[in-house]
Each structure stands twice: as C-alpha cells, then as structure tokens.
Design a binder for this molecule. Structure first.
Ligand code: SAH
Length: 487
C-alpha cells in the first residue's frame, strides 16, 4: 500500500486539495502534527487510527527518525497511510526526508502538494506576493536560524540584494534579528513589512509596520512575515467579513448543524458545534408506518420540520401514494427537504411559525369543507396547529415521526464554550437541553434565536436574548447575526 505525504494547507480546512480529501477518506492511519486542523481528521474514516507526532507544549517531540520509521513500518504493513503536514509537504516540512526514507525502504509513496502558507497567508491578509514591475520575485526563507549568531546557512545578503518580496516562515520569535540583519544587508529601514498570525484561520491577525518597526509589535507564532513593497498593500477581504473572528456555538443536531455552521464560516465566524438535541425513532413506529401507507386517504399532509420529512419518507414505499394529497411545509427549510425528494410543497406560509401555517391552511378547505390532515412530526410539540385545525372542523391525525432527545453532555463542552461570543438556538428543545446540561451561566454572552417561540423558552430559562431572527429560518438567523454585529 501507499504512504501519502499530504499538504493540509495553511489552516482553513477548505484549503485542502481534492486529492488530499480523497486519500484521507481512504486512510487506515493518519499521522499528523500538533497544529493540524481537527476538522481535516474528520475526513478520515471513523475507524482510522490517528497518531499525533507533534510536539506537545512541554511534552516530548517524536524525532524525525521515529516518524520516518513509523511511516515505513505502516506502509510495509500494507496500510494506507496519510502523513498530514501543514501547508505544502515539501516547503520547510521535512517531507523530503520522509519521502527519501520511504524510497530507501522500497515503500510506495505519493506526494499530494498543499497550498503553502508562504503564499496563501499573505493572500488572506490582502497582500499579493508579487506585483508587476515593483516586486518581480519572492524569496521564501526560513527564520529558524538566528542570523545574529552568524551560524546559519541562509545568505541574508543575497536575499536582501534580490530586491523582491521576502517571505519569512518560522520567524516570529527571531523577528528582530532577522529584520536587523536585512537592514545591515542594505534593505531600507522603511521598507513595508507585515506579520500575519494564524493566517486563514478565524483568529487571523495582521501586524503592519516597516522593516525597522515590525519587531516592536511582537509577532507571535505561527506567523508569516512579508517584507517588501507589497507588504503595504491592504486588499483586506478575509478580515472584513461580517462575522470575522467571532466564535459562535451551534446547538442543532447533525445533519442540520452543518448547514448553519457552513453559513457562519462563510461570513468569517468560527463555528463550533455542540449539539443540544438528537433524533431517535418514535416510541410507536408502527403508527408512522401505517400513516405513510395510508397517506392517500388524506387531503393534506403537513410537515413542520426537515426531520419530519426525512422520517416520513423513509417509510413511504411508493411516491405515487402522495398523488392526490396536498402538501404543506412550515417554512423554506422543510420545503427544501421535500424538494430533495421531488415533492413541491403546495403551501408555505409567509411567517414560518405554526400560527401562520394554521391560518394559511384554514383558507384551504375544499368545497366539502375542511378535510383530513396528517401531521407527521416530533413526538412532543406544541398543539397550536392540530388544535386550531380541529377547532376549524378538520379531522387531524398527529403521528409521531421522531423523538427529540437530549444527547449526553459533551465532556469537551467547557473548552468549546470558552471564548465563545455567541450561542444560537433554532428550537425550544435546544434551549431546554442546553440549559439542563450546562446551566444558563455557561451560555456565551450573545444569545441568538430563530424566532419568538425559542426566545420565550430562552427567557423562561434565564437567558437574555440579544438577537432574534426576523425571518424564522437558518439564513434568517445568520442575517440577524450579521446585522447585529455590523450595525
Ligand atoms: N509546510 C508549511 C510550512 C511549515 S513551517 C507550509 O508550506 O506552509 C511552519 C511555518 O509556516 C510557521 O512558523 C509559520 O511561519 C508558517 N505558517 C504555517 N501556518 C501558518 C498560519 N496559519 N499563519 C501564519 N503562518 C503560518
């Protein structure tokens, strides 16, 4: 089998290459460093063995020889091994040594290049490493050696003389001697210089100065230092995103959590997932199966959540059974879940709450008056809709399609909640379960809800609600957060 030396990119998980994602998905073993991005490890199969070889703060470092031996042994054992490395595996990453060890041992290997921080980190700070005419080359140089000690192998005079952009990796700790050395070598002290810390990550922070003043700002690792005319460019885009750098807790269950988290990340937020709800089959699954089989006898079937749609359709044997039945969805998310199953909702109310759905349905009574309605939904839910419909003369069958349960408290919750600024709730149950599990005091400062019902529950449980979505959908919640932080 093959050992893959995979470049993980500079930090943002979506800067991994397609080939990298492909080989991770087939990995038996993933060997990774300390700064690796946790979400990339999630791309490996759940049963894959994860081996950290990074230097833990205060702990021992696995030596390069040990890493080489590990890769050779696992490759020989016939496993698919992914050696995940930050940035590009051949840029200051000792990938060359690992490949040489594999070649010498006769173990097949493949190099999967990655996006190097030398180029991508400046790009995320709005700094192009070359500019036509003014910066016609860029030199990537290690800052690992201390130029003041005169022991290094870097030719700083040559680097300074070249006249293009200088990119220094691993140089945060030795920023001052490096800058001093470049000035001694003839670079102008007022040459623009920038240090980009935690580039491409939600905590990216860019220090801008000159060659003579950058060290005074005390850059912290990991940082990419850029020196040259281009470092004055401020084409900032990443750090300008509306939710940039804000740590936001998502309490929805998978798979819905992913969509909310992705929407937040696209706006620059650091989304952390702490599910406060999980779905299980209802106590009485037979009723759901019967309802699905007999759906053709109803005039309307009303869905109040994407999960209700998913569970109902699992038991719908033949789509034609829905032929003469009208279908209502409480909101666009539920309508989208129907559309995924090639069913176009006949009715979506203008406001995405049960009251609005009730009102809209009340206008839908046929010539013979109100008919039969099937509502497959969560086992415990508000009775506004069925009671209202029944009062208006409809014959209503409420069938539990799933049960929402509180997941076991997450042992990592304290770490996930630390430094979080915002917590989002998309239903009353997520509020209740969160407060039951962690207490109201554990909630980050800004509580954001999808709508008035969830807000009421939150207030009831002692939370102060700062943001409530005007449109009661996930995009509406994201938009409300954006407004809250930018207005
Ligand atoms: N192979 C990697 C470089 C490894 S050396 C690559 O191609 O990117 C590690 C150095 O890379 C760090 O000291 C820092 O200078 C730079 N670096 C890595 N990740 C970074 C990040 N997210 N932000 C800023 N610099 C980073």
């Amino acid at each position: 089998m093959t050992v893959y030396l995979v470049g993980a990119g500079p930090g943002a998980p979506d800067l991994l290459t397609l080939r990298g994602a492909e080989v991770l998905a087939g990995a038996d073993v993933v060997v990774y460093d300390r700064l690796s991005v946790a979400t990339l490890l999630d791309l490996a199969p759940a049963e894959a063995e994860l081996i950290s070889v990074g230097k833990q703060p205060g702990g021992p470092r696995t030596s390069q020889d040990e890493i080489n031996a590990l890769l050779v042994a696992r490759g020989r054992a016939g496993q698919q091994v992914v050696r995940l490395k930050g940035g590009d595996p051949f840029v200051f990453a000792r990938g060359g040594e690992e490949a040489a060890a594999l070649a010498a041992a006769g173990v097949a290997f493949e190099i999967v290049p990655g996006i190097t921080s030398a180029v991508a980190v400046p790009a995320y700070a709005g700094i192009p490493v070359t500019m036509r005419y003014s910066s016609t080359s860029f030199t990537v140089v290690t800052g690992h050696e201390d130029p003041a000690k005169g022991e290094g192998s870097v030719n700083w005079d040559a680097v300074a003389a070249l006249g293009g952009t200088v990119v220094v990796l691993m140089g945060a700790a030795r920023c001052r001697p490096i800058c001093d050395r470049l000035i001694t070598a003839g670079m102008a002290p007022d040459t623009p210089a920038a240090a980009v810390q935690w580039g491409t990550r939600p905590r990216q922070y860019t220090l801008r100065a000159t060659l003579s003043t950058l060290a005074d700002l005390g850059p912290q690792p990991p940082a990419t230092i850029v020196i040259g005319e281009v470092a004055a460019a401020d084409l900032a885009w990443f750090e300008n995103r509306p939710l940039f750098g804000r740590r936001i807790v998502v309490t929805r269950a998978q798979p819905q959590a992913a969509a909310l988290a992705a929407a937040l990340r696209r706006r620059g937020a650091e989304a952390v997932e702490l599910p406060a709800i999980a779905f299980e089959p209802p106590e009485d699954i037979d009723r759901l199966m019967r309802a699905a089989a007999e759906v053709g006898f109803y005039d309307w079937v009303v869905f109040t959540s994407p999960t209700g749609v998913a569970r109902f359709f699992e038991h719908l044997r033949d789509a034609r059974a829905l032929g003469g039945v009208q279908v209502a969805a409480i909101g666009p998310g539920t309508a989208a879940a129907l559309a995924e199953r090639n069913v176009v909702a006949d009715l979506v109310p203008e406001q995405y709450v049960a009251e609005a759905l009730l009102e809209a349905l009340s206008d839908e009574a046929g010539p013979d008056g109100p008919g039969r309605v099937l509502i497959p939904r969560a086992e415990t839910a508000r009775d506004v809709l069925p009671d209202g419909l029944a009062a208006a003369g409809w014959r209503v069958d409420v069938v539990p399609a799933y049960r929402t349960v509180a997941p076991d408290p997450d042992p990592d919750a304290a770490a996930l909640l630390a430094d979080a600024e915002v917590i989002t709730f998309t239903s009353s149950s997520t509020v209740t379960n969160f407060v039951d599990a962690y207490g109201a005091n554990a909630a980050p400062q800004v509580v954001a809800t999808i709508g008035p019902i969830t807000t009421a529950t939150a207030r009831d449980r002692g939370l102060e609600v700062a943001v409530e979505a005007t449109e009661h959908t996930v995009p509406g919640l994201v938009a409300a957060l954006e407004t809250f932080f930018t207005d």
